[in-house]
Design a protein around this ligand. Structure first.
Ligand code: CO
Length: 134
């Protein structure tokens, strides 16, 4: 296992601007990146909080992954992302262990990162993400 650290915690929000202000005011967060990704149906902001990172996700519409999450669960924690060197190698390892995956192979995620998601069934209820910077 070659997880280096928790890269970020993803939070689903209804209002990205309002949530940005909350994280800035309450936790001293600093905006690192912000982008809308039409084909993922999401507008996202990456915030630095000290040495750590929070990813705020707001849906571009109700019929999107984050829109459906909000309708079902309401705003709150959405996923935990683990930084690794090689997302594909981690997927191969989890597949060999029989863990349920959402992504069969690494794909291009937010902010240009290589990512893949692991199903909450595999972790006891928390959506997990592998991230690599290249
Ligand atoms: Co993420």
């Amino acid at each position: 296992v070659s997880v280096k650290n928790v890269h970020h915690v993803g939070i689903a929000v209804d209002d990205l601007d309002a949530s940005l202000l909350v994280y800035e005011e309450l936790f001293g967060a600093r905006l690192e990146h912000r982008e809308s990704v039409e084909d993922q149906g999401v507008e996202a902001a990456s915030l630095r909080v000290g040495e750590s990172r929070i990813e705020l996700l707001s849906p571009l519409g109700p019929d999107t992954p984050v829109g459906r999450f909000l309708a079902k669960r309401g705003p709150g924690m959405h996923h935990v992302a683990f930084e690794v060197d090689d997302v594909g190698a981690e997927l191969d390892r989890l597949r060999a262990e029989g863990a349920q995956l959402i992504d069969d192979r690494p794909r291009r995620g937010l902010f240009g990162l290589q990512v893949a998601f692991v199903h909450p069934e595999a972790t006891g209820g928390v959506l997990a993400e592998f991230v690599s910077d290249d």
